[in-house]
Design a binder for this molecule. Structure first.
Ligand SMILES: Cc1ncc(COP(=O)(O)O)c(C=O)c1O
Length: 432
């Protein structure tokens, strides 16, 4: 029996911060526990052989669940109460979503989406840069299996339109916006409209890890599916891996669940429980992290050793500003700094005292990394060059520490970069 109640779900539409705390979990089904229990069982006892048969018919897609029907749980690779609770509770956080599925990492969510909706002979069109792991997946798995992959520079609307129109057997348009780590934005609505004009209706998927679910809502802009590394802002403490897929059309999620049952990549009960407990504070954390990042990025942009900061509130390109204003509420917690050379970037990473030199982002603690040699080292030289992932680029994910402490730390680390690295002298340079 599902351990959540859908009773009265649509009677009074509630705001997301209320819904996330009040739907999806019925304490009566957990011996009155005010917060969900963890159900670690790998298998579930059926009330009758008929109930078991019915559960298998529905799980395998041979039958459809009737409106209001309660279907028994089977086995934790298929589904379990903590996944059901989490999947119900996360839906109101993503405007436009009707259904969600949870995976054991962001890559698992992305891989499952690709392997559910692509067939040999299909094409995937994607924006560049993308998270390095996604690029690997496209080059090392999809392409050798007969899927054509067409990369288009992020933010280039006409090029993306052209690729979507020209592609043969287009299955998926995959957009990461803002792009990791250059923060270049791609117009989601425009891509969705262009894709919708094709008779074969390719699915438009957005990796919303950087600004969602709080500041950017792709499903409301026409995307079919939103994907997350829940490892990042959704869980928020750099202490677990997780992934999510959300869609307007529950059938898409049901198809992915079918694949996930084969792959065995559903998120485990303990992790679901942990992530579930973090959902009510996602927007509180993201708002604080975004405010901190904006204050720091806008001040560091004037530091003479910083050649350029890639951050939404500092965009100077008119089209990028237009896209930002059309699809993002706030700039978010991640920015990248161009320091001019690998030597300068490494000297900065060595000198920083408060932020940690680690990959990943979105946690309450500030993390910095050198994308070219770490997260994005799998990109070809041409891909890195085209995407602007240079030797001098440092990515910063700002946490919830006091921003003044972080700013002071970054400034002392910038001042510590040796002049031999080619960086301008702080005292000699004119503030910008
Ligand atoms: C934008 C983006 N998408 C997907 C992923 C992959 O997520 P995970 O590490 O949870 O598999 C990452 C990880 O860094 C990411 O930054």
């Amino acid at each position: 029996m599902p351990h959540h109640s859908k009773e009265g779900k649509d009677a009074h539409p509630l705001h997301p911060p209320t819904e996330v705390l009040t739907r999806g979990f019925d304490p009566r089904l957990s011996v009155g526990s005010a917060r969900p229990a963890v159900f670690r069982s790998s298998t579930y006892v059926f009330s009758s052989p008929e109930a078991a048969e019915r559960a298998f018919d529905i799980a395998s897609g041979r039958a459809r669940r009737e409106e209001g029907e309660s279907v028994e749980l089977i086995y934790s690779r298929f589904n379990h109460p903590n996944a059901e609770i989490l999947e119900e509770q996360v839906v109101p956080l993503e405007p436009g979503a009707a259904s969600a599925a949870v995976f054991n990492s962001g890559m698992a969510a992305i891989m499952t989406a690709f392997l559910t909706f692509l067939r040999p002979g299909n094409t995937i069109v994607y924006t560049l840069p993308l998270y390095g792991g996604t690029v690997h997946l496209i080059h090392d798995l999809l392409q050798p299996w007969g899927i054509q992959a067409i990369g288009v520079p992020a933010g280039d609307g006409p090029a993306l339109d052209g690729a979507i129109r020209a592609a043969s057997n287009l299955g998926i348009v995959f957009i990461e916006t803002p792009a990791n780590p250059t923060m270049v934005m791609t117009d989601i609505r425009r891509a969705a409209e262009t894709a919708a004009r094709r008779p074969d209706h390719p699915l438009v998927m957005v990796d919303n890890t950087f600004l969602g679910p709080t500041f950017q809502h792709p499903l409301e802009l026409g995307a079919d599916m939103v994907l997350y590394s829940a490892t990042k802002f959704l869980s928020g403490f750099s202490d677990m891996l997780g992934g999510l897929a959300l869609a307007r059309n529950p059938d898409l999620i049901a198809q992915m669940r079918g694949r996930s049952t084969m792959f065995g990549n559903i998120l485990q009960p303990d992790e679901c429980w942990l992530l579930d407990g973090r959902l009510p504070t996602v927007s509180l954390r993201m708002n604080r992290q975004s405010k901190n990042a904006q204050r720091i990025a806008e001040r560091l942009a004037r530091h003479p050793r910083v050649r350029r900061i890639h951050y939404p509130s500092l965009f100077d390109d008119a089209e990028q500003i237009r896209i930002r204003d059309a699809q993002c509420d706030f700039p978010g917690a991640v920015f990248s700094m161009e320091l001019g050379s690998r030597e300068a970037a490494f000297a900065f990473l060595r000198a920083v005292r408060l932020a940690r030199n680690a990959v990943s982002l979105g946690g309450v603690e500030t993390l910095i990394c050198h994308p070219k040699t770490t997260t994005h080292s799998g990109l070809s030289a041409e891909e890195s060059e085209a995407a602007g992932i240079t030797e001098g680029l440092v990515r910063v994910s700002v946490g919830i520490e006091d921003w003044r402490d972080l700013l002071a730390d970054f400034e002392q680390a910038l001042n510590a970069i040796p002049a031999s690295s080619g960086a301008p002298e702080p005292a000699a340079a004119q503030p910008r």
